[in-house]
Design a protein around this ligand. Structure first.
Ligand code: OTD
Ligand code: ZN
Ligand code: ZN
Length: 350
């Protein structure tokens, strides 16, 4: 651990969340306020059931989200389309031109929650990638292979070797966000590529390794996909996030599930970090002695990569210890937040 800052406040441009799951219906109405309280914009993932696969579905989903944003919060959801084997390239292009779709999301089939419709053979999407590269529409990638025989801890590294590196090689002009990276191999890969390849990093992968999930009892609230890896990987992610490199930016991957769906014989994957996401990241940057790099990671690198303006508004974090509650009531659904019962050292003012 390096030294703590001298001052008690931290002011940065309002951040954006470049990867969030807001769900739909009552739960969405219960969780969207947490994201909107901190972030000006968020890339909303399309893995609803059924998934958001077209411009029309994304436009409707956006309206439902906007209808649930608490009054007075200027929050902009940035929509994504879920790629399938039968995605219509022209619909994507139109959706992007109309300002409905910001990006398209690649889920290898069955890689994570509600991804059964994902892509079975990435080669089938080549015409789509070509069009996306032409119009500058980013491809957001869940980077894990899904074959049964591949160990769950190796799935990201295998994906890089077999799928992502060849894709980037074939299409150097395509903007690619390698989402929620969890390994040192991912960091090495992203560092080695051109400026069209970037990555999001979640708070949980900066805070926990796989021991947090498995030592002293199985802890379902520390389980998400891609699963947390060994300590050496967590340290590589911390180095990347705090390095000052423009290739890394904030993406919480907040993924709410009802308490009972996680505390189960077959618990769902996903960590609900939206309530204190910015505070959680701030703790990491402080511990690494890198608060001077915090604003770039949280508020500048993301919009620069996406070709969007940075936010002019500011937020302030205060150095106040506060305990995170054990449970959140999301409009009738009980959800356990990340850091439940722990003390965080920064708190968003206002
Ligand atoms: N990971 N859970 C979910 C999505 C993410 O891969 C992801 O982006 C979810 O519940 O939607 C999770 O563990
Ligand atoms: Zn994912
Ligand atoms: Zn996600």
């Amino acid at each position: 651990m390096k030294s703590a800052p001298q001052t008690g406040v931290l002011t940065i441009r309002r951040p954006d969340d470049w990867h969030v799951h807001l769900r739909d219906g009552a739960v969405m109405e219960g969780v969207v306020g947490y994201t909107a309280r901190q972030f000006a914009r968020a890339i909303v993932m399309p893995n609803l059931s059924p998934p958001v696969t077209t411009t029309a579905l994304a436009a409707q989903y956006r309206e439902r989200i906007l209808g649930a944003v608490p009054k007075g919060r200027g929050f902009t959801p940035l929509m994504t389309a879920y790629l399938t084997d039968s995605t219509d390239a022209e619909d994507l292009v139109r959706g992007h031109a109309e300002g409905v779709l910001t990006a398209a999301k690649l889920y290898p089939a069955n890689a994570t929650t509600n991804s059964a419709h994902g892509v079975t053979d990435i080669r089938k999407l080549e015409p789509i990638f070509e069009r996306m590269a032409e119009i500058g529409m980013p491809l957001l990638v869940h980077g894990e292979v899904t074959e049964d025989h591949i160990d769950v801890f190796d799935r990201e590294a295998e994906f890089i070797e077999r799928i992502l590196a060849p894709l980037v090689e074939r299409r150097p002009g395509l903007k690619v966000v390698f989402e929620h990276i969890t390994t040192s191999q991912a960091v090495e890969f992203v560092n080695s590529t051109n400026e069209n390849v970037a990555a999001t990093i979640t708070p949980q992968h900066l805070h926990i390794n796989r021991n947090a999930m498995l030592v002293g009892g199985i802890r379902p609230h520390a389980y998400c996909l891609p699963v947390a890896k060994r300590e050496q990987h967590r340290l590589a992610l911390r180095d990347a996030a705090t390095s000052g490199s423009a290739k890394y930016f904030l993406g919480t991957d907040s993924a709410p599930h009802a308490r009972e769906d996680k505390e189960s014989a077959c618990g769902c994957a996903g960590i609900f970090n939206a309530p204190f996401a910015i505070e959680s990241y701030a703790a990491v940057f402080e511990e690494e002695g890198a608060l001077d790099k915090f604003e770039a990671f949280a508020s500048i690198n993301g919009p620069r990569f996406y070709g969007l303006p940075v936010n002019e508004e500011k937020i302030t974090l205060e150095k106040i210890q506060h305990e995170v509650c054990g449970e959140v009531d999301a409009n009738g659904t009980a959800i356990v937040p990340f850091h439940a019962g722990e003390t965080l050292g920064w708190r968003l003012a206002g």
